[in-house]
Design a protein around this ligand. Structure first.
Ligand SMILES: *Cc1c(COP(=O)(O)O)cnc(C)c1O
Length: 366
């Protein structure tokens, strides 16, 4: 059996370190915004090269808090990709703003920067690119466009912790970068967790208030905020894993490299694109094939998991049916019909990759 991701391996490797630190945290009993959260925020900001990191309760909350801190509110429009997890658009809707979906690049599956300008209206307040599957978005044209139109740029880095362009990490290009520490993400904890990074002192101040009931001094509330904090238990886990994140991402890239070598030239299989512009950290290994259902069935018979991220682009979801009636985003629709994600995690072994590709090979060449 080969799962999409095996979280037990890292737990076994880090068990003694994490359990020792967890015991200390439990004995200290500083459960909310305690010393491990503060230390993790400093370590993560330092690693990413951001001035401020603000922990919160989830990646979805990170997006909502960042949009709120950036002043996005009722009636505003936020330009984003339809080929992402629903949380990207939910965060926009929570604030009463409207997600405006723009089609994706057929190679990277990320927002196509060349199509964004035509979607800007006088209500547009922000652009929300997603570094999908761990592949960095081409940020330069988006940032240039945002400067010209005075738009905020909020990055969804839920799948891209450690991805970079020219040595600069995703999350540090826009006004704020939003991370998820959901267990299966590249940097994952043992429950829900999230974080926003920013270089702006003003945004950081607002984010700290927003996550803590609109308060910077206890029982003094300047704005309506939220209860959205990273907890001490998750911070312990994240501190242990952050120390090893480079190795984990190297393991994912090595697995992707092994897949690419073995999949190269197979008929009807388009391996994920890597243009060498940025460092892709392969949160998912997602190829395109017109024979997806048969390949999934063949893999399943061999005890190998596979998954479709994502089968329905957001503009085709029931929840956006009214808003998006008649909207055609052909690249997203076509990719959603052909995308197939294979197992990938840092510890995936080359024999396992070999076995996976063998099933695909014997299916597509027979
Ligand atoms: C996982 C994910 C989120 C949401 O993160 P949670 O921590 O699960 O709330 C947002 N955007 C994308 C692209 C994601 O993959």
């Amino acid at each position: 059996m080969i799962p999409m991701v095996d979280l037990r391996i890292q737990y076994r490797q880090l068990k003694s370190e994490i359990e020792q630190q967890l015991r200390r945290a439990l004995e200290d009993a500083h459960f909310i915004l305690g010393p491990n959260v503060r230390a993790f925020e400093e370590e993560a900001a330092d690693y990413l090269g951001a001035r401020y990191a603000i922990g919160c309760a989830s990646g979805t909350d990170a997006l909502q808090l960042a949009l709120a801190a950036a002043g996005v509110g009722a009636g505003d429009e936020v330009i984003t990709t339809p080929f992402t997890f629903i949380a990207t658009a939910e965060a926009i809707c929570y604030l009463g703003a409207k997600p405006v979906f723009v089609d994706i690049d057929p190679d990277t599956f990320n927002l196509d920067p060349g199509l964004v300008e035509a979607a800007v209206t006088e209500r547009t307040r922000a652009i929300l690119p997603v570094h999908l599957f761990g592949q960095p978005v081409d940020m330069e044209p988006l940032l240039e466009l945002a400067r010209r139109h005075h738009l905020q740029v909020i990055e969804d880095c839920a799948q891209s912790f450690g991805a970079s362009i020219d040595g600069r990490f995703t999350g540090t290009f826009g006004d704020a970068g939003c991370f998820s520490f959901f267990p299966s993400k590249n940097l994952g904890c043992f429950g829900d967790g999230g974080m926003v990074v920013t270089d702006s002192e003003e945004l950081a101040g607002r984010l700290k208030m927003l996550r803590n009931h609109g308060s910077s001094r206890r029982y003094h509330h300047s704005i309506i905020g939220y209860n959205s904090r990273l907890d001490e238990i998750q911070a312990v886990v994240l501190r242990a894993k952050l120390k090893r994140i480079d190795g984990y991402n190297r393991g994912r890239r090595a697995a992707a490299h092994a897949y690419r070598e073995r999949l190269a030239g197979l008929p009807g299989i388009t391996p994920p694109h890597e243009d060498g512009k940025g460092v892709h950290v392969y949160h998912q290994y997602t190829l395109l094939t017109p024979r997806r259902e048969e390949i999934m069935a063949a893999l399943g018979r061999a005890g190998i998991s596979s998954a479709i991220y994502y089968p329905v682009p957001l503009h085709r979801q029931e929840v956006f049916a009214r808003q998006c009636r008649g909207l055609s985003l052909p690249v997203s629709e076509s990719v959603a019909e052909r995308c197939l994600s294979l197992p990938i995690y840092p510890e995936l072994e080359s024999e396992q990759i070999h076995a996976i590709v063998e099933v695909i090979e014997s299916h597509v060449t027979s």
